[in-house]
Ligand binder design. Structure first.
Ligand SMILES: NC(=O)c1ccc[n+]([C@@H]2O[C@H](COP(=O)([O-])OP(=O)(O)OC[C@H]3O[C@@H](n4cnc5c(N)ncnc54)[C@H](O)[C@@H]3O)[C@@H](O)[C@H]2O)c1
Length: 258
C-alpha cells in the first residue's frame, strides 16, 4: 500500500506555511497548499513541483464553512485520501491592541479566521481523516497553530490575537480527547516571534531587535524552519503516542523569568 501521507496545509502560501510544506514534502508527503491568496499558494506549489514533489495549490477562505467543505472534497478528489491537517492560516492585525479599547467587532475577523478557520477545516476533514484510518490502518494527525502568547503576557498586547490562539490551544486538547478513540491525534504548536516579513515590522530598529533577543535563551528569533520541523514531527508517526500537547517553539522565552 502507498504509505505517503496526504496533508492539507492552510496558509501554505505564507512564510511558516511554505516552510511547513517543504518539511512535509521532504518527509514524502503529498501536500495540498491552501491559501486565500491563490497566487501565493501557486508560487509555493510551483517551487515544490520543480523539486519533484507531489503538491497542488487550492484557493480557500478558511473562515467560510462552505469553502472549506468544497476544498476538502477537491483535495480528496486530487489525492484519494486525507490523513493530515495543519491549521496554520492566521492573521495578526497591527491594529489589534489592548482589550481595554477593543470591541467584539474589532475581534470578529481575527476570531473568524484564526479560530473559525481551525474549526471549519477540522470539521470538514474529519470524515476523510476517519476514512483514512479505516482504509490505510494509519493514525491521522492534526496540528493547530497557537502562539507562545498564550503562555505569557506581553507589554505590547495583541489581545484579540492572543484570545484566538488561547482558544485554539484549548480546543486542540479537547479535540485530542474526543478523537483519541478514532486514532486521530491532535496537537498544537506555540511559536514565539519568527523572522517573517510581518514580524520584522515590529522590530524595525537594531535596538528594538537586540532588546527583544535578550529575552531568548537561545539568543535569536525563530525561523520558519524551526516551526516546520516540529510540525512535520507531530504529523508523522514519530510522534505516534503524542496527543493533546501544546508545544512551545520559542527559543526558551516562555521559561525565562527575567
Ligand atoms: N510569524 C510569527 O512570529 C508567528 C508566531 C506565532 C504564531 N504564528 C502563526 O503562524 C501562522 C502563520 O504565520 P506566518 O508568520 O507564516 O504569517 P503569513 O502572513 O506569512 O502567512 C499566513 C498565510 O495565511 C493566509 N491566510 C490569511 N487569512 C486566510 C484565510 N481567511 N483563509 C486562508 N488563508 C488565509 C495568508 O494569505 C498567508 O499566506 C499564523 O497562524 C500565525 O498566527 C506566527
Amino acid at each position: 500500500m502507498d504509505q505517503a501521507r496526504s496533508v492539507i496545509v492552510t496558509g501554505g502560501g505564507g512564510a511558516i506555511g511554505r516552510a511547513c510544506v517543504r518539511a512535509l514534502c521532504d518527509d514524502g508527503a503529498r501536500v495540498a497548499i491552501v491559501d486565500i491568496d491563490f497566487d501565493a499558494a501557486k508560487r509555493v506549489a510551483d517551487e515544490m513541483g520543480e523539486l519533484g514533489f507531489d503538491v497542488a495549490p487550492f484557493e480557500c477562505n478558511v473562515a467560510s464553512f462552505e469553502e472549506t467543505q468544497r476544498l476538502t472534497e477537491d483535495v480528496y478528489d486530487r489525492f484519494g485520501y486525507i490523513d493530515g491537517l495543519v491549521n496554520n492560516a492566521g492573521i495578526m492585525p497591527h491594529q489589534d491592541v489592548s482589550f481595554s479599547t477593543a470591541t467584539m467587532d474589532d475581534w470578529r475577523e481575527i476570531l473568524d479566521i484564526n479560530l473559525g478557520g481551525t474549526l471549519n477545516l477540522s470539521r470538514c476533514t474529519l470524515p476523510f481523516l476517519k476514512e483514512s484510518v479505516r482504509r490505510r490502518s494509519m493514525p491521522s494527525s492534526i496540528v493547530n497553530m497557537s502562539s507562545f502568547l498564550v503562555l505569557i503576557g506581553a507589554r505590547i498586547p495583541q489581545d484579540g490575537y492572543t484570545a484566538s490562539k488561547g482558544a485554539i490551544a484549548s480546543l486542540s486538547r479537547s479535540m485530542a480527547v474526543e478523537l483519541g478513540e478514532d486514532q486521530i491525534r491532535v496537537n498544537a504548536v506555540a511559536p514565539g516571534p519568527i523572522e517573517t516579513p510581518h514580524v520584522a515590522k515590529f522590530f524595525s530598529t537594531q535596538e528594538a531587535r537586540a532588546k527583544r533577543i535578550e529575552r531568548f535563551p537561545l539568543g535569536r528569533f525563530g525561523r520558519p524552519e524551526d516551526v516546520a520541523g516540529a510540525i512535520s514531527f507531530l504529523i508523522s508517526d514519530k510522534s505516534s503516542w503524542i496527543t493533546g500537547v501544546l508545544l512551545p517553539i520559542d527559543g526558551g522565552a516562555s521559561c525565562n523569568y527575567v
